[in-house]
Design a protein around this ligand. Structure first.
Ligand SMILES: Nc1ncnc2c1ncn2[C@@H]1O[C@H](COP(=O)(O)OP(=O)(O)OP(=O)(O)O)[C@@H](O)[C@H]1O
Length: 233
């Protein structure tokens, strides 16, 4: 077991009103597995992903990383796991516009103290793998959405994480680019045994994963194809 969540609860207070978003989530993912999380808008998918990725603290419940319970008060431990073991990809890429493609990809390495030469070598290898070598020196604004997302994925896997969290990674892409990005996820999963947790609204993408979870009314349920059809989500 790589990552497990037990009875996660999380709510938010907006002024006087309090909403309970996650009401007791149980979740697990094994090494090398591909998981999709589906759910209506506002159901708490991002909140859950943030908690699994140690970016946000649950109100109660536990998250286990490789069977060890995480202490959400120990920011040093959390940040170590987040930086070394986890990669993140977002809908709007979150790339640095003032840097070129290669510099964006190298950034996690440089921040971990990797010598520039080594970081550049690794960055160039990744660009080659993604068939984006000729874009290395271009600025981000000159790339298409699909290319930007591939660069974001290269940056996310720069330090060889064990798990990649993707929050609506194709939400801003046309159908063709979305297909390419999903194909890249599947290849990386195969080649690197990269564990994937993908939040998506797209059922076709979800079906490419090993398992699908549905988040609804605060609870997460594992869904089979038949029950997905029946629920209409
Ligand atoms: N920091 C916060 N403060 C207050 N409310 C929040 C906060 N973060 C999330 N929420 C609320 O929690 C609920 C779940 O939000 P979340 O972004 O996790 O949903 P989601 O399923 O990812 O939605 P979408 O599919 O639209 O991205 C929403 O009602 C949102 O407004």
């Amino acid at each position: 077991m790589l990552l497990r969540a037990h009875q996660i609860k999380k709510g938010f207070s907006n002024g006087k009103k309090r909403i309970e978003v996650l009401k007791g989530i149980n979740f697990e993912v094994n090494k090398g597995e591909k998981i999709a999380i589906l759910g209506p808008s506002g159901s708490g998918k991002t909140t859950l992903l943030n908690i699994l990725g140690t970016l946000e603290r649950p109100d109660s419940g536990e998250v286990f990383w490789e069977e060890k319970v995480l202490n959400f008060r120990d920011e040093r431990e959390l940040s170590f796991i987040r930086r070394k073991k986890m990669g993140f990809v977002f809908q709007f890429y979150h790339l640095m516009p003032e840097l070129n493609v290669l510099e964006n990809i190298m950034l996690p390495g440089l921040m971990e103290g990797l010598p520039r030469k080594e970081a550049q070598k690794r960055g160039e290898e990744l660009l080659k793998r993604l068939k984006l070598s000729e874009k290395a020196w271009q600025r981000i604004y000159t790339l298409s959405g699909g290319e930007r997302q591939k660069v974001a994925i290269a940056r996310a896997i720069f330090l060889s994480p064990k798990i990649l969290f993707a929050d609506e990674p194709t939400g801003n892409l046309d159908a063709e680019s979305a297909k390419e990005v999903v194909q890249l996820f599947l290849e990386l999963n195969q080649e690197l045994s990269l564990t994937l947790v993908v939040v998506t609204h797209n059922l076709e993408i979800a079906k490419k994963m090993d398992r699908i979870y549905l988040l609804k009314e605060g609870f997460l349920v594992e869904y089979s194809e038949t029950s997905l059809r029946e629920s209409g989500d």
